[in-house]
Design a binder for this molecule. Structure first.
Ligand SMILES: *[C@@H]1O[C@H](CO)[C@@H](O)[C@H](O)[C@H]1NC(C)=O
Ligand SMILES: *[C@@H]1O[C@H](CO)[C@@H](O)[C@H](O)[C@H]1NC(C)=O
Ligand SMILES: *[C@@H]1O[C@H](CO)[C@@H](O)[C@H](O)[C@H]1NC(C)=O
Ligand SMILES: *[C@@H]1O[C@H](CO)[C@@H](O)[C@H](O)[C@H]1NC(C)=O
Length: 640
């Protein structure tokens, strides 16, 4: 009971400053013209979104200016969570490239909407905004809807991290209510370079502050490009294992020669670089070899179950790009997303200009940052097993060769390896899990380079497990997700939590709290009534005894008790009782207000659309940037 009351009152304490702040913000917002420098959250609020089902999700989007001297503006699209579990969490999602837009993630992978062929949006069953706020950022400048002067593209990872940190400083100033959320950074492919660099920059920034530290709570990297020295040779192992190249064939011999040349370059300093040209050639050769088998077509380097024309080999995949591209180029859509008119060119998935400038020639590969990061936070590496370009064998190899937190690879202690747990999801074999010393590896069966594109619900289950989402607080159906047959933490909802049920449970809990408070104030009142009644009875008794004297009889003196009783009563607290009535109902009102408040707050926090059921997602479609072909084959150079 007290907990419930405390909960409510602490929520209120949290909320009033928020109300005050937002009032203040709206005053500021009305009193000064919103320029690029002083935009408020209200300026970013998405009031409508073409093709979206109603009710609309609670979203914000637009540009944040980071380098005015170069007109550098980064674009973000922020989806507020639909429910809060036990903590406020924000997941930042980044796609790869370098130079590929995070709208891929928003509209084809982890975001709530997907675009259909007719330009309408449907809900993604398994989207990541259920229990976490989701922040998609087009990174670095020049990517997607982000822009910058053409002479100011970035070339290295630390520059990128500096700009991202300055973006985040500004972003949290606009959305201060999220500055203390648990922050997770997630992404895919070349974001395997970006994410560790950003995390490190955030920790370095924290070290210089004694307050307002960012709670960087974990990293998730899907089919990441992290360590060339481990991942280049894996092109050959994968090609052999997948039967793309037959062992002992002429092609296999050719690949082995190329690997020898690659190894020479790796040894002479190449291992300290993100990209090594001689090694890149291996992937090109694997693709070329695949055309022999496939009569002119090649395999899709992002999903080796598929074929594509040579030399695209997957560059036009996934198919949703066909819808996504025109959708994100619509005027009504770019208006809804508050695009600055300065962003002149239409959206394209990947920017060749950004990619060709971002050589990362001076940057060491992100693998070298992992051991230190793992001292501070858990990291999850996940891999779709049908991807070639950043394939799972390379990821396993980099884990095996990595030393961190007092051990090497997935060893628990010298000579003892962390078990690989079978993961089943809704009755189907979904993959394997393996964890040691803050590093978790998840292999997804039958999944491509873009795991959440193939398995949104499974990817959500993975996210919720990783973040420790506790659905026990809010109800909703737990996912049918087992590790080695065990339910493991009862923390996961999987891809389609029954939002309605969760909301009803939420509401019931609040109602119950209100009732308990009501009952309690009733009990308090009753207690006073009883005391008053006893006291009153006693006084009446004594008074009558006194007045009546030895000869008196109760009830016979017209002047006695009855005439005085009300006064006495009031003196003794019966009036107090009736006085308490308004007080009680005031208290009750407070509780109700608290509850209402709470709901609005939950509403706010959850994106304001409590009754949203299954909504629709949209997809996006766009075609490739020609310039991209300038760096062909650099698979991780391009996808998501
Ligand atoms: C940061 O997030 C982690 C993970 O949820 C949590 O355990 C920790 O208490 C948080 N720290 C702060 C200062 O909020
Ligand atoms: C793992 O990360 C946590 C923070 O989440 C940290 O406190 C802990 O020390 C790390 N574990 C090791 C073995 O370094
Ligand atoms: C997915 O992968 C698992 C394990 O490799 C396999 O048992 C299952 O048949 C696969 N499913 C499909 C549809 O390919
Ligand atoms: C969601 O919950 C409601 C209320 O408990 C129930 O009527 C409905 O069938 C559930 N829907 C799904 C898809 O589980």
């Amino acid at each position: 009971m007290f907990d419930q009351m405390n909960l409510i009152s602490s929520r209120r304490q949290l909320s009033w400053p928020a109300v005050f702040l937002s009032t203040l913000l709206s005053l500021i917002c009305f009193s000064t013209p919103a320029t690029a420098a002083d935009k408020t959250a209200a300026d970013y609020y998405i009031h409508s979104l073409p093709g979206a089902p109603s009710p609309l999700l609670n979203m914000y989007a637009g540009h944040v200016e980071i380098t005015p001297e170069h007109h550098g503006n980064m674009f973000f699209w922020f989806y507020k969570n639909r429910h809060i579990a036990n903590r406020q969490r924000t997941v930042i999602w980044l796609n790869g490239g370098p130079g590929c837009s995070s709208m891929d993630g928003a509209m084809m992978e982890v975001g709530p909407y997907r675009v259909k062929k007719d330009g309408t949006l449907t809900m993604n069953d398994g989207s990541w905004d259920e229990f976490a706020n989701l922040l998609f950022i087009d990174n670095p400048v020049g990517t997607g809807f982000s822009y910058v002067d053409t002479d100011s593209y970035l070339s290295d990872l630390d520059e990128m991290a500096v700009q991202m940190t300055s973006f985040l400083e500004k972003w949290f100033a606009i959305f201060p209510e999220h500055a203390h959320d648990d922050i997770y950074i997630a992404g895919e492919s070349y974001a395997g370079q970006h994410i560790p660099y950003i995390a490190k920059a955030m920790l370095d920034r924290n070290a210089k502050k004694d307050h307002d530290k960012w709670n960087v709570s974990g990293l998730l990297i899907g089919n990441g490009w992290i360590s060339g020295k481990d991942q280049y040779p894996a092109y050959i192992s994968y090609a052999k294992q997948a039967g793309l190249v037959k062992a002992d064939s002429e092609s296999a011999g050719q690949l082995d020669q190329m690997l020898a040349a690659c190894n020479v370059e790796l040894k002479s300093g190449g291992k300290d670089h993100v990209d090594v040209q001689r090694c890149e050639a291996i992937l090109q050769e694997v693709l070329r070899i695949s055309t022999k088998e496939l009569g002119g077509q090649c395999i899709n380097m992002y999903d080796t179950r598929l074929k594509d024309s040579y030399p695209s080999c997957g560059m036009n995949w996934p198919p949703d790009l066909e819808q996504l591209n025109p959708y994100l180029r619509r005027d009504d859509v770019t208006q809804a997303l508050h695009l600055n008119p300065d962003h002149k060119s239409g959206w394209s998935e990947c920017s060749g200009a950004v990619s060709s400038h971002f050589r990362a020639a001076k940057s060491k590969p992100s693998i070298q940052l992992l051991p230190d990061l793992l001292k501070h936070m858990p990291i999850l590496l996940f891999s779709g097993d049908k991807d070639l370009i950043c394939n799972h064998l390379g990821t396993e190899e980099l884990i095996n060769n990595l030393e961190w937190n007092g051990g090497k690879g997935m060893e628990l202690s010298a000579g003892t390896w962390a078990p690989r747990s079978d993961w089943t999801f809704e009755g189907e074999p979904a993959g394997i899990y393996q964890s040691a010393r803050n590093l978790t590896y998840v292999k997804f069966y039958n999944a491509s380079h873009m795991v959440p594109f193939d398995f949104p619900r499974r990817s959500r289950d993975m996210l919720d497990r990783f973040m420790g989402v506790d659905i026990a607080n809010i109800g909703g159906a737990p996912a049918d997700s087992l590790l080695d047959g065990e339910k493991e933490p009862s923390t996961s909802v999987g891809g389609h939590p029954n939002s309605t049920a969760a909301q009803e449970a939420e509401q019931d809990k609040l109602q119950e709290a209100a009732w308990r408070a009501y009952r309690r104030s009733g009990e308090v009142a009753l207690f006073f009534v009883l005391i008053a009644a006893i006291a009153w009875g006693y006084f009446v008794y004594r008074d009558r005894r006194r007045r009546a004297g030895y000869a008196g009889l109760f009830g016979t003196d017209p002047d006695d008790g009855t005439g005085r009783a009300p006064e006495m009563a009031s003196g003794l607290g019966l009036n107090g009782y009736s006085d308490r009535r308004p007080q009680q109902s005031k208290e009750q009102r407070d509780v109700e207000a608290a509850r209402d408040y709470d709901e609005t707050e939950l509403d706010d926090l959850s994106g304001g659309r409590k009754d949203s059921k299954e909504q629709e997602r949209f997809g996006l479609a766009d075609s490739e940037d020609e310039e991209d072909e300038g760096r062909p084959g650099r698979a991780n150079g391009r996808v998501a």
